[in-house]
Design a protein around this ligand. Structure first.
Ligand code: COA
Length: 258
């Protein structure tokens, strides 16, 4: 990987976008490498969850790489958005293992969209969020119009997307865009601490919960039906038997992901 640094801690893959001199802007290579890293989250049994963050003290991700926009026409723009959404943003959202964003500075445009594609977000108190595409004569293309509206509500999403104005971490907390605001030096620790708790739970239940919650936002799906089916299917897992047995025997469950 040329644009990502990958490390492991407590079965958590820490994905750090590493283009500090360009404020971690998402060029083609970052998108390709993120796609591969998320594939690894899906497929590697040693990885239970992941954190995405940016290198340096200034930016999580300052957007899609604007220098790649100059050569695009309508078809090129559409392909860029579609490929990015399929290979990275939707893949993160639908990951059966939790992927959370540790937002350590500017999360603008594609950076805000990347954070929003994650299952939830923790921010440093220096974080700034925005969808400034309108300043470039564009709109968000990596899911921002949809996910910002889902997370912050229509009025707030409209204002951010139409004005291009940035919001600070505390406003993001108030908008429901982030779950916690912490000191920058505490950011990764906070994200890892939450994932360590999640990693101690039954993996198939965690995956089922992600699927059922995500179903709220897909009009093609019957979320209540998915909840009923998933709830039922989990009774066939060894972990559900272990969970109930451990409760009855007043001991800690040993989940195996089966
Ligand atoms: N795409 C490509 N390069 C980017 C970038 C982006 N989205 N965001 C920042 N960079 C580059 C700058 O061009 C600069 O490169 P250079 O040193 O080779 O000139 C470097 O990163 C540092 O950015 P700079 O603008 O000098 O930092 P700043 O502190 O003055 O401003 C921002 C920070 C985030 C306010 C500013 O970089 C910015 O507005 N970036 C674009 C945000 C945006 O519109 N994102 C949505 C894209 S769809």
């Amino acid at each position: 990987m040329k644009t990502l640094s990958l490390s492991f801690q407590s079965q958590i893959l820490i994905i750090t976008i590493n283009r500090t001199d360009k404020l971690n802007a998402l060029n083609k290579q970052v998108i390709e490498e993120l796609s591969a890293a998320i594939d690894d989250v899906y497929n590697n049994p040693d990885i239970k969850s992941a954190v995405i963050t940016g290198s340096g003290e200034k930016a999580f991700v300052a957007g899609a790489d604007i220098s790649e926009f100059t050569a695009l026409d309508a078809n090129g723009g559409k392909a860029l958005a579609q490929k990015g959404q399929e290979n990275v943003f939707n893949k993160i959202e639908n990951s059966p293992k939790p992927v959370i964003a540790a937002v350590n500075g500017f999360a603008l445009g594609g950076g805000c969209e990347l954070a929003m594609a994650c299952h939830f977000r923790v921010a440093g108190n220096n974080a700034k969020f925005g969808q400034p595409e309108v300043n470039l004569g564009l709109i968000p293309g990596y899911g921002g119009t949809q996910r910002l509206t889902q997370l912050a509500g229509k009025g707030r999403a409209m204002e951010m997307i139409l004005s291009g104005n940035l919001i600070d971490a505390h406003t993001a907390l108030q908008y429901g865009l982030v779950n916690y605001v912490v000191a920058p030096e505490e950011l990764l620790k906070k994200a890892i601490g939450i994932l360590e708790i999640i990693n101690s739970k039954a993996p198939l239940a965690v995956a089922g919960a992600i699927k059922a919650v995500n179903a709220v936002f897909d009009e093609q799906l019957d979320g209540y039906g998915i909840e009923i089916d998933t709830f039922g299917e989990l009774f066939n897992t060894e972990d559900a038997k272990e969970g109930a047995a451990a409760f009855m025997e007043k001991r800690k469950p040993a989940f195996r992901g089966r």
